[in-house]
Design a protein around this ligand. Structure first.
Ligand SMILES: [Zn+2]
Length: 1023
């Protein structure tokens, strides 16, 4: 259905671009009175709508959106989710779903009964046909329930983000009715009009809203204090409660939480209601947020009043800052786009699951932007983005559903400009909190991030053209990278192609001509060409309608001594190659002994002739040391390693500050150079003693020419360990397929491997798949590191195939794994080995997850110990890959010797650790169920939160590991508890962070000195 609707409207839209004089837009005015009951999360009320038909057509029907209906089982959105393997809507409880019920519907005073609802779209036949220039009147009584997680509306406890909540007429424009069902990617499209809204809620709630509050004194008991000049009033409600005006000094300083001043709970105050009377003019959507704990900061920009609403949890990041970021953003957009046209703007901390969600003069910013995000700059950039939407969605009423690359793309483009405007582009402080970090840490910039994300996606060969309607994109990742990152990169190229002056004029004209209207892409292109004074079809076609890529290469520079008009110098023959299908004007930069000296521009017309290379000869006075294409990084060139005449690709070194020193450290992939991250390493175990070394990690973008090298010297032992690996995409166009070579000698064992890998790269892929084929040699050269006889000496050379796939299902997750090994030429052992595993994880049976596991393994031939199956612990290869477990003395040996420390795996029967067993056959089954995390009877700082990191599980397992010669049938069972604690910060130091206490309290075959039921324990550390 969604494809059908889109396919019906959209081709028509691109085919018939009507002249501007055909332009019309409808107008809708609303009077809404609604109650929000916080105990049920339901809105009930009445809505009166005046609908003005400014179209040249007589209308016989009007369509409405009932957006909340998407958040219930069987909706189009649910079906789309299920196709993608997401069952979150299908499994939402009745209390948490969303709906809009139409209890009564009238048109021009007469009750309408033959309206038809198809999930989120309602068709209302008009009582009388509505001729051009006339208006009609609707009256509805409705009840809606706010979905717990409606992405762009949400609720959590006593917090409500209320958007898309009222029956809303669909847009009727020059392309007809826009009756798109509400699906995951598309956003909204609305008619401009006025809103008179009255919201009734228990009086403990504070409401943040679009538009202007008409009864401020009634609601707050007094007028909110008014800021002067650039001041920020922090926690403005404090002054009303204290019945005092803010002192001048208070205006400037931060104060503590209003929450401590004690507000009554909702339920107790239900009889005390408050009505919020709000008016908003000439906007196309109305949203509000309610929370009894809201604090309000206020500042102004000219006559505009700016507020931020936030809760005590986010004080540290929000107080004073959020309102100030909002003002900076409004100033930026007012100066670079169009003056702010409304009375107020509100930035509100919200429970919405997207980072932020824009409404015309209000934005909801996800609270996680304070809790989890390392840098205040991320909060600022998110606010700058959502405020930007007030222009690119609010003032320019784009059709977000059909053309996300306009609203999201232009907003992303201007967000980057905002950040560059305030912090600079290349040399900025965006990712630093302290001064020392600037010397050591890699520095990101938002434009690099946009280009990198786009290029990495383009290289996967799984892109959709920019001008793809939101719902036609193959998946969310494709929609996201195109509409945000590629689009932003493309608008930078448009600015480069038009020149800064003309581009500024174009943005200005866009608002002058289209403010408070519905511009489409065709209008956007027409206007750009009009201002440019020439054809830009080459640009718009390649970037918006194709997935062609741009790859210029500087093929050669030949310098020959020459005279030119009495000057001695060099004639330089420069050859540039175009390896991609996209074209662009180019800027060449010529360096002499590394100082920048000349630039020359090659116009796009050169490439419009269809040539794939271009030669030019230029006279310079001295011999250039280097010539570079696009040194300013204006172009989204998919391979920049070939953009310079120097023989070595550009390399950037970045120091990797260890995560335990600075957890917020991150690795930045650079669009213009090969990045090598490096850091010293230190390690200890009792065999090799202290080992000091150095690690390098090189890559171009994320997936290309990845080279890892790591070497360490044992200070006491004098032994040298190393690990080196190189991997690269098999073909540049699809980095999911890669090849690798690797070699290491580490703590007494060595491995060389060569192979190929397939791996899903889309982080959202519900069918995450990995397949690896490798030929590898493993060998033991120093048994001193081993526990027991876990490795046999000699060479083991195998060809291995392994496979894993994850299936997201309605009931939970299935993970399937398998591996096959066969020894090959050069091996001291001859054997074959096969293993398979199946894990099913089901939600909602018990308290948490219920997990089922099954494993089978079989090996035949002369099997060395490291390839035997183990009853209680992981197999030797896995153990070798784990730094903490692979060698004696990293953790005290005694823990391991007495069977209290182990790495889980094998048949999973930890109750038999002391008995130890391994063999050539394995069969095991297990079931486990989460138990509730322990809770404290009252709140103790730190401890209460740590309790949630404790996850107890009950389990039952059975299995057998044996060799064909064994005669006894020892199928063993055990049952007990596993209590896992996720240790904070441990993961920063090691790869492992989960400490598990295993309590196999009952086992079927105890040792002679044990009972079946006995206190038995062991622990493990896993990732
Ligand atoms: Zn956005």
């Amino acid at each position: 259905m969604r494809l059908f609707i889109s396919a019906m409207i959209l081709p028509a839209m691109f085919a018939l671009a009507p002249a501007d004089d055909d332009y019309f837009q409808q107008r809708v005015s609303y009077k809404i009175k609604v109650d929000l009951d916080p105990t049920t999360a339901r809105l009930s009320g009445t809505e009166a709508i005046d609908y003005y038909n400014n179209s040249p057509d007589t209308l016989h029907e009007v369509y409405f959106h009932l957006y909340f209906n998407a958040f219930q089982a069987g909706s189009y959105l649910d079906r789309q989710f299920q196709e993608e393997g997401d069952y979150s809507i299908a499994s939402t409880s009745e209390r948490d779903i969303g709906f809009v019920n139409i209890d009564l519907l009238k048109n021009d005073g007469a009750q309408v009964k033959d309206h038809a609802i198809d999930n989120t779209i309602m068709r209302v036949p008009l009582v009388h046909p509505l001729p051009p220039g006339d208006s009609t009147y609707f009256y509805t009584e409705f009840t809606s329930q706010i979905p717990a997680q409606g992405f762009r509306a949400a609720r959590s406890g006593n917090h409500f983000d209320v958007a898309q909540w009222y029956p809303k007429p669909a847009v009727y424009d020059r392309y007809g009715w826009h009756i798109d069902q509400y699906l995951s990617n598309g956003e909204f499209y609305g008619e401009y009009g006025d809103f008179d809204v009255e919201i009734t809620m228990p009086d403990s709630f504070i409401i943040a809203h679009c538009g202007t509050l008409k009864n401020e004194e009634e609601v707050f008991g007094a007028r909110l204090p008014s800021p002067v000049g650039d001041s920020v009033i922090v926690d403005a409600l404090k002054y009303i409660r204290a019945d005092s005006a803010p002192a001048e000094s208070d205006l400037q300083k931060a104060v503590t939480s209003a929450a401590q001043q004690g507000k009554g709970s909702t339920l107790q105050n239900v009889q005390n209601l408050k009505i919020w009377k709000i008016r908003a003019s000439n906007i196309h959507d109305f949203a509000f947020c309610a929370d009894p704990q809201f604090m309000i900061d206020i500042c102004r920009y000219g006559d505009l009043i700016i507020k931020s609403y936030y809760t005590p949890e986010v004080i540290r990041h929000w107080q004073r800052k959020a309102v100030d970021y909002t003002r900076r953003a409004i100033r930026f957009y007012s100066e670079s786009c169009f003056p702010w046209p409304y009375d107020q703007y509100s930035t509100v901390v919200a429970a919405v699951s997207s980072g932020g969600m824009e409404y015309p003069d209000l934005t909801m910013i996800s609270g996680s932007y304070s809790a989890d995000n390392p840098y205040d700059h991320d909060l600022e950039a998110t606010i700058a983005h959502e405020v930007g939407h007030a222009w690119f969605y609010g003032i320019l009423g784009f059709n977000e559903t059909a053309e996300a690359f306009l609203d999201e793309g232009l907003t992303s483009f201007f967000t980057i400009k905002y950040m560059e405007n305030h912090y600079g582009r290349f040399e900025n402080d965006l990712t630093y909190e302290h001064r020392w970090q600037k010397e050591l840490l890699p520095n990101g910039n938002y434009r690099n991030e946009a280009q990198t994300k786009y290029i990495e996606k383009a290289l996967t060969g799984t892109e959709d053209p920019l001008a793809t309607p939101s719902e036609i994109f193959r998946d969310w990742w494709s929609y996201y990278v195109s509409s945000y990152h590629k689009a932003a990169s493309v608008y930078f190229m448009l600015q480069f192609a038009m020149g800064d002056d003309k581009f500024d004029k174009f943005i200005d004209a866009l608002f002058q001509r289209w403010a408070f209207k519905h511009p489409y892409f065709s209008n956007f292109q027409d206007l750009a060409e009009e201002i440019h004074g020439g054809d830009l079809d080459w640009f718009f076609h390649q970037w918006f309608h194709t997935t062609w890529t741009l790859d210029y290469a500087l093929e050669s520079v030949r310098s020959v001594k020459a005279d030119s008009g009495g000057w001695t110098g060099f004639n330089n023959a420069i050859r540039i190659k175009n390896n991609g299908r996209c074209i662009a004007p180019l800027k060449l930069t010529v360096y002499y002994k590394d100082t920048l000296a000349d630039t020359l521009t090659i116009p796009v017309s050169v490439w419009q002739k269809g040539v794939d290379s271009f030669d030019t000869t230029v006279f310079f006075e001295s011999r250039p040391s280097k010539v570079t294409i696009d040194s300013d990084l204006m172009l989204a060139d998919i391979n920049r390693l070939n953009n310079s005449s120097s023989h070595l690709p550009p390399v950037t070194f970045q120091f990797m500050v260890p995560k335990f020193v600075y957890p917020k450290n991150h690795i930045e992939y650079l669009v213009d150079s090969y990045r090598i991250a490096h850091r010293p390493t230190a390690w200890y175990n009792s065999v090799g003693g202290i080992k000091l070394g150095y690690a390098f990690d090189g890559a171009y973008l994320e997936y290309f020419k990845r080279l890892r090298f790591n070497a360490a010297l044992g200070i006491q032992s004098g032994h040298f360990d190393y690990a080196a690996a190189f991997d690269n995409a098999l073909v540049p166009s699809d980095p999911r397929f890669s090849y690798f070579v690797a070699s290491k000698e580490l703590e007494g064992r060595g491995r060389q491997a060569i192979g190929a890998r397939f791996e899903s790269l889309d982080p959202q892929d519900p069918r995450m798949t990995q397949a690896i084929f490798a030929v590898q040699r493993n060998y033991l050269f120093d048994s001193a590191y081993l526990y027991g006889d876990s490795w046999s000496p000699g060479n083991v050379v195998t060809a291995d195939l392994s496979f894993s796939r994850r299936f997201d299902q309605r009931f939970g997750v299935i993970i399937l794994q398998g591996s096959l090994s066969n020894t090959t030429f050069g091996s001291d052992y001859q054997f074959r080995r096969a293993a398979a595993g199946l894990a099913i994880s089901v939600e909602g049976v018990g308290v948490g997850k219920t997990n089922l596991q099954m494993k089978l393994g079989r090996a035949d031939g002369d099997i060395p110990s490291q390839r035997r199956f183990s009853l209680s612990t992981a197999d030797s290869y896995d153990i070798w890959d784990s730094p903490l477990f692979r060698s004696r003395g990293t953790l005290p040996d005694r823990w391991k010797d007495d069977g209290h420390l182990f790495k889980p795996g094998g048949a999973g029967l930890s109750g038999y650790l002391r008995q130890g067993s391994s063999g050539a056959r394995l069969i095991s089954v297990g079931i486990s169920n989460d138990l509730p995390s322990p809770r404290l009877p009252f709140k103790i700082p730190v401890l209460t939160r740590q309790m949630a990191n404790i996850r107890p599980q009950f389990y039952f397992a059975g299995g057998r590991v044996w060799s064909p010669a064994d005669t006894a049938d020892d199928f063993l069972y055990e049952a007990g508890l596993v209590v896992t604690y996720e240790v904070p910060f441990l993961g920063l130091l090691f790869n492992e962070c989960r400490l598990s206490l295993h309590l196999p309290l009952w086992i079927s075959k105890p040792q002679p000195d044990e009972d079946n039921l006995e206190w038995r324990w062991a622990f493990s550390i896993t990732s």
